[in-house]
Design a protein around this ligand. Structure first.
Ligand SMILES: Cc1cc2nc3c(=O)[nH]c(=O)nc-3n(C[C@H](O)[C@H](O)[C@H](O)COP(=O)(O)OP(=O)(O)OC[C@H]3O[C@@H](n4cnc5c(N)ncnc54)[C@H](O)[C@@H]3O)c2cc1C
Length: 390
């Protein structure tokens, strides 16, 4: 061990999903000697972070705290992408529509306009005219937003793993069985123990098993996505389409357009029942059909689309969709409760945790900000907010 390494603060990160890898990257940038422990391969196809895409958008219903975290999130991605030497992001904009006069869409519009975002209102007819692959039936209200897009999630996880390798941060393969947050030690399945000055537990849907008390607040749920190939008649229009958020209360769905060689994907954002994250990843025919049924009223001629695959992916659900990014005593942190909206904030939350690790005042204020309830404490986002990618 070199003299420099001896004097460095150490950090241990459990989990190599977007939260763990981003935290390891940020802690390494902050001067820590970091190790990551991951139970599976990296990128981990069983993890919540590893899929073709994850969406980033300012439209956030009445959750203005998260809406205001989007610009800092873009700046954090920009920093990460610059260091990685690639930009795995495609701007698509957002199309939101609903059958209801009140609710998420109306709340989003009010919050966006209050903060000066340009929202373009659309009639049902305008939606169908602009996007001929969609049906206007039952649309009461709609808007489009120019910013927003698709983070190419698997590529981002790969890029982060590459950045860590270049920084000399090891990702050790092993299953953590027990965490002592007071001592900042963990015990692996093979009986080995690891300790560090700072500990971050970012175990995704497995987190409630590891962190005492977390299971009372966060539950793992099995969410289904269906990947499709559009027929030739609408393929070109889909390739230019915005992300689609259909917020009908009796079963809406979201659609991610096919960008950068990825397939069109549809899914249901409503929370599924609690399920063991070690459960099967393949979706049943009934689960696939239930998702297709949600989209049939909106996507014209859906039965002419080819189903490429259907799969399950786990959310770690906090009932109010508030992130649990909190100190667990002195210099130990949990990152959990990301439900279906955490990925977009991965780089930002990693940078925030690394800053809080070195500053007890920031650590104390981290939880409220990450829960979307309080403004960022002074100093948390300094230097992150200078650039945007959309
Ligand atoms: C279908 C779907 C769609 C989504 N869409 C969006 C979206 O559009 N926009 C958005 O922002 N977010 C979205 N999300 C949410 C987002 O993907 C997650 O919030 C985010 O990826 C969570 O990252 P994570 O690092 O916490 O978890 P994970 O990626 O699951 O990483 C946790 C890692 O910890 C490891 N681990 C667990 N236990 C142990 C242990 N005991 N020992 C060692 N390692 C362990 C796991 O193997 C895993 O690799 C979506 C999620 C899903 C499932």
């Amino acid at each position: 061990m070199s003299r420099d390494t001896e004097q460095m603060q150490t950090a241990l990160v459990i989990g190599a999903g977007i939260m763990g890898l981003s935290s390891a990257w940020a802690l390494s940038r902050a001067g820590y000697a970091v190790r990551v422990i991951e139970q599976d391969e990296v990128p981990n196809p069983r993890g919540a972070s590893v899929d073709d895409h994850r969406l980033i958008r300012h439209a956030y219903g009445a959750q203005a705290g998260y809406m205001r975290m989007i610009d800092p999130a873009y700046a954090a991605w920009d920093l990460l992408f610059r260091e990685a030497g690639q930009r795995p992001y495609v701007q698509t904009g957002v199309l939101a529509l609903t059958a209801s006069p009140r609710g998420w869409l109306a709340d989003s519009r009010a919050a966006l306009r209050a903060d000066g975002h340009a929202v373009e209102d659309l009639s049902a007819e305008a939606v169908a005219q602009r996007f001929p692959f969609l049906s206007a039936a039952g649309i009461h209200d709609a808007f489009q937003l120019a910013p927003g897009g698709v983070l190419l999630a698997r590529r981002i996880v790969q890029a982060l793993a590459g950045l860590l390798a270049r920084r000399g941060v090891p990702i050790l393969r092993g299953r953590t069985m027990a965490v002592d947050t007071g001592r900042r030690t963990v015990t692996l399945e093979d009986g080995t123990h690891h300790a560090a000055d700072t500990l971050v537990v970012a175990a995704g849907p497995w987190g409630p098993r590891l962190v005492p008390g977390l299971a009372a607040r966060v539950r793992p749920t099995r969410q289904i996505v269906v990947r499709l190939a559009a027929p030739a008649a609408s393929a070109a229009a889909w390739a230019r389409a915005p992300m689609l958020l259909d917020l009908s209360e009796d079963g809406g769905f979201y659609a991610v357009p096919p960008v950068a060689g990825t397939p069109l994907k549809i899914g249901d954002h409503r929370f599924a029942p609690t399920a063991d994250p070690d459960g099967p990843r393949a979706a049943t025919a009934a689960e696939r059909d239930a998702i297709l049924d949600l989209a049939r009223h909106r996507i014209r001629d859906l039965d002419s689309y080819r189903v490429l695959s259907a799969a399950a992916c786990w959310y770690d659900v906090e009932p109010g969709e508030r992130f649990v990014v909190e100190p667990l005593g002195d210099r130990a942190f949990v990152m959990s409760g990301f439900s279906g909206h955490g990925f977009k904030f991965g780089a930002l939350l990693g940078l925030a945790v690394a800053r809080a690790a070195g500053d007890p005042a920031l650590a104390g204020a981290l939880a409220g900000w990450a829960a979307g309830e309080t403004p960022p404490p002074p100093g948390l986002l300094v230097d992150i907010e200078q650039d945007r990618i959309a």
